[in-house]
Design a protein around this ligand. Structure first.
Ligand code: CMP
Length: 227
């Protein structure tokens, strides 16, 4: 039980709560394991629960009739998803898929809404996170409508840095960079263009790529140049 409390304390929307409250939430939720590729939430279904990531990683995707997919966001440990349909009562706005083996903590709709009523600090943290996600979505809209290919790919790398990156001495490292096709779907371009742009950044010494690990060598100047 104490292991779960520790995990919940590191979840930003719950971090202000006292141990007794965290313990209550632990008892409300259930842990569920997902394999790589498992669908956790399906677009258009009705929403019955909120999920918090204990370990692993997920992607938020929307697909069109031809099965083409656009990735809206990626989440890692401590982050939550599935709140939108709980809050507005409409269908799931997107699908959420585990991209690696993951363990999630699931809270049912009624319990989650009850928590928001009882703990205003949780509701306020949730709103702050939603504001942050809206800012990111605004960035994506700007990037997709105004930027050239280099700008769009750079913006996706910046978004991945914020979601998954490890910041150290002005650099940011993204372990397990998503597939180039996934980056292309996020950037609204082709896989070939993503490959070309990443090599362009490497030639400019803006980025290093070793295996699956991408490093942005000077995060601030990369951000200033392309955002
Ligand atoms: P819900 O609509 O219940 O189910 C899908 C979830 O994906 C949604 O709640 C959010 O948690 C998440 N989601 C949908 N769109 C975005 C987005 N643009 N950015 C980040 N997360 C999103």
């Amino acid at each position: 039980m104490s292991e779960e409390i520790t995990f919940l304390r590191n979840v930003p929307i719950f971090s202000d709560l006292e141990d007794k409250d965290l313990l209550r939430i632990v008892k409300l939720g259930v842990r569920q394991k997902y394999k790589k590729g498992n669908i956790v939430v399906l677009e258009q279904e009705s929403g019955a629960a909120l999920f918090v990531i204990i370990t692993g990683k997920v992607k938020v995707v929307r697909t069109d009739e031809d099965g083409r997919e656009v990735i809206l966001s990626m989440f890692g440990p401590g982050e939550f998803f599935g709140e939108m349909s709980l809050l507005d009562g409409l269908a799931r706005s997107a699908s959420v898929v585990a991209t690696v083996k993951s363990e999630l903590f699931m809270i049912h709709r009624r319990d989650f809404l009850q928590l928001l009523e009882e703990y205003p600090q949780v509701a306020i943290s949730l709103l702050a996170e939603l504001a942050m996600r809206l800012r990111k979505a605004d960035m994506q809209i700007k990037s997709l409508s105004l930027k050239d290919a280099a700008g769009r790919v750079a913006n996706v790398l910046l978004m991945l840095s914020d979601d998954l990156g490890v910041f150290r001495k002005g650099k940011v490292e993204i372990e397990d960079l998503p597939l180039q096709q996934d980056i292309a779907n996020m950037a609204g371009t082709s896989r070939e263009t993503v490959s070309r742009m990443i090599h362009h950044f490497i030639r400019n010494s803006e980025v290093d790529l070793k295996g699956n690990k991408l490093t942005i060598n000077d995060y601030e100047s990369f951000r200033k140049k392309y955002l």
